[in-house]
Design a binder for this molecule. Structure first.
Ligand code: ZN
Length: 147
């Protein structure tokens, strides 16, 4: 696969080798799981939401480096953040991955930080699902937490 070097930027490898926030949380934390059958990626997101803030998040699962590093970056980016800000970040990330079909421009007030390292994935459409898996699973977890 040409240009794979671009994909495996140092920051992605770092998150893959040293994933942040690995583990599980006990109830009442909510648990959401996502699968990407195209690649075999599995992500479990455990969320503790208190007073509208993600007070804690843990990630479990296995899969390719893109799916796991994206999950690690996601967990670091949303921990301690208000849910509303996190929803905006999810939308912004999906927009970056070219799969946000809403016409409205995303709220750019939330910096992407490390997440910008995943921008190169857009060049590899088959890997976009890998990168977005953790974010879709997070969105599902937020739904469960607000139910
Ligand atoms: Zn994958």
């Amino acid at each position: 696969m040409p240009g794979l070097e671009d994909l495996y930027r140092e920051i992605i490898l770092d998150h893959y080798k040293s994933p942040r926030n690995r583990g599980t949380l006990e109830p009442p934390a909510v648990r959401a799981e996502g699968h990407n059958p195209l690649c075999g990626d599995e992500i479990e997101v455990f969320l503790d939401v208190q007073d509208g803030v993600i007070s804690d998040i843990k990630i479990s699962g296995q899969g390719c480096s893109i799916s796991q590093s994206s999950a690690s970056m996601m967990s670091a980016a949303v921990k301690g953040k208000p849910v509303e800000q996190v929803r905006a970040l999810i939308q912004r990330f999906k927009h970056m991955m070219s799969i946000e079909d809403e016409t409205s421009e995303p709220d750019t007030s939330t910096p992407l930080g490390d997440l910008e390292a995943l921008q190169g994935v857009v060049k590899f459409p088959v890997r976009i699902k890998c990168a977005v898996l953790a974010w879709n699973t997070l969105a599902e977890g937020l739904e469960l937490a607000s139910a």
